[in-house]
Ligand binder design. Structure first.
Ligand code: GTP
Ligand code: MG
Length: 217
């Protein structure tokens, strides 16, 4: 790995991360009302290598996301399968971090996990205190999300399955994906696009709703 860079990931061939514009945000009502502190929650975004976790966090975040991307070199050729994402030049080596405010008084802090197996030891730290997780999947490489599914099943953290649909790939119904992954019926499965903010917000809302449903009062 050459170096930890933040912006190299924006120039991958044929794909650009959404431009993030810093604005002078006007203060929201809850920001001025000291009696109405927003609820801050932590959400983890996990899934296989190169499935779009960094893209998702960057698309949703209202702040410039923290990225820990490192350039990929020929050294990882044998371990990292780039056939589905030939334009990918970098990989996450620690985590992604972003923030999104939903519904004025609900702030989600998004933590993207590194996808490469050799960094999985960090997951235990990353999920600490989280209310739920998004497991991103790519239907061309469904089995890559099994470790994430197993991990959240075994630790009991509520999760939703989000299929990041890549243009030009076959489209599947959520029911097909549920069956292929044997995801229990009460767990939301959705088809989305990690590059589109609206699509990511829908996924996050589904996760928050699901976490509220399954968590004890
Ligand atoms: N066409 C298309 N390309 C995407 C989409 N999401 C991500 N990409 C591309 O796929 C590649 C992988 O995206 P990342 O967001 O870096 O994936 P990741 O899951 O964070 O990868 P690791 O951290 O290395 O595991 C990038 O090169 C993007 O160009 C998508 O929805 N459609
Ligand atoms: Mg990443």
């Amino acid at each position: 790995m050459d170096s930890v860079v933040s912006d190299a990931s924006r120039v991958a061939d044929g794909f650009r991360y959404p431009e993030l514009v810093e604005t002078d945000e006007e203060l929201k009502a809850w920001q001025k009302d000291r009696t109405r502190a927003p609820i801050a929650t932590k959400i983890v975004v996990a899934g296989g290598f190169g499935v779009g976790k960094t893209t998702l966090v960057g698309a949703a975040s209202e702040i410039t996301p923290l990225q820990t991307e490192a350039l990929m070199t020929e050294a990882s050729e044998d371990t990292d399968d780039l056939s589905s994402t030939p334009g990918k030049l970098t990989t996450t080596v620690a985590m992604d971090f972003g923030r999104i405010t939903l519904d004025d008084d609900l702030v989600l802090y998004l933590f993207g996990t590194p996808g490469q197996q050799r960094f999985w030891f960090m997951w235990d730290d990353l999920v600490r205190g989280a209310i739920g997780a998004v497991v991103l999947a790519d239907t061309r490489r469904l089995k890559d999300c099994f470790p994430a599914l197993d991990y959240f099943e075994s630790c009991g953290l509520p999760y939703v399955v989000a299929v990041n649909h890549f243009d030009g790939t076959e489209e599947f119904e959520p029911a097909d994906v549920r069956e292929a992954l044997t995801v229990p019926v009460h767990i939301p499965v959705m088809i989305m696009d990690a590059r589109r903010r609206f699509s990511v917000i829908e996924t996050l809302l589904a996760l928050v709703g699901h976490a509220l449903e399954v968590s004890p009062e």
